[in-house]
Design a protein around this ligand. Structure first.
Ligand SMILES: N[C@@H](CCC(=O)N[C@@H](CS)C(=O)NCC(=O)O)C(=O)O
Length: 218
């Protein structure tokens, strides 16, 4: 049975998983639930949250546990313990970064706060991220070690989450922008981004935020 991913029809917490599966050329199937279907499904799940990933009898919930499983399976977790520690640090950093922008997107006062977030909080966050990126001792153009690892997809997803909100902030961080371009130029990622498989919507509907529930048109 092919690996199977269950989530909503949005990028959200499943997107890094999809990117890893796509990059590794893994055939997989998906079931994408609507928000309306969710309460019925929720009642059937052991942990009551998505994403859930299955591989035969193996069932994994928690998006980052799924990413790390795939990283171990596809040798995308660095070459030694130092690389793996760096992967873990980068991963946790992007959990925080994603929570940061997520909290802002979900804030009922989104419109009132957007200027301050765009001009103060987001640049401060991006400055810290760029510093971490540039501190990779291997200086490889990836976030950890000398080659691609799963955390590159967590990082790419975060940067792509920032894009519709503030492309101009992304443009101010040249090393991060170059990294983003490097990942989205990989043949398997180019193919995925241009395919019907890529959900068009960032996240589930959020009352106050224009990016929730609204498909990207470009
Ligand atoms: N730490 C979990 C969080 C999972 C999570 O919050 N999933 C959300 C969707 S992004 C969910 O299932 N929300 C519906 C609910 O909790 O009822 C992970 O990374 O997988």
């Amino acid at each position: 049975m092919l690996p199977h991913l269950i989530y909503f029809n949005v990028r959200g917490r499943a997107e890094a998983i999809r990117l890893i599966l796509e990059e590794t050329g893994t055939a997989y199937t998906e079931r994408r639930f609507t928000v309306e279907e969710w309460p019925t499904l929720k009642a059937t799940l052991d942990y009551g949250q998505l994403p859930v990933y299955t591989e035969g009898d193996l069932v994994i919930h928690q998006s980052h546990a799924i990413c790390r499983h795939l990283a171990r399976r596809f040798n995308l977790y660095g070459d030694d313990e130092a690389d793996r520690i760096r992967c873990d640090i980068v991963e946790e950093t992007f959990v925080d970064a994603q929570n940061n922008i997520g909290t802002f997107f979900w804030n009922p006062e989104f419109e009132k706060l957007r200027d301050e977030y765009e001009h103060v909080q987001l640049p401060a966050l991006m400055t810290r991220l760029e510093k971490l990126f540039l501190s990779n001792p291997a200086n490889s153009g990836y976030w950890a070690g000398t080659r691609l690892s799963y955390v590159d997809f967590l990082a790419w997803h975060f940067l792509d989450y920032v894009r519709p909100f503030s492309q101009k902030t992304l443009d101010q961080f040249s090393a991060l922008a170059a990294f983003k371009h490097r990942i989205e130029s990989r043949p398997a990622i180019v193919a995925y981004l241009g395919s019907e498989r890529r959900p068009r919507t960032l996240t589930v509907p959020v009352a106050s935020c224009p990016f929730g529930g609204t498909p990207e048109t470009s």
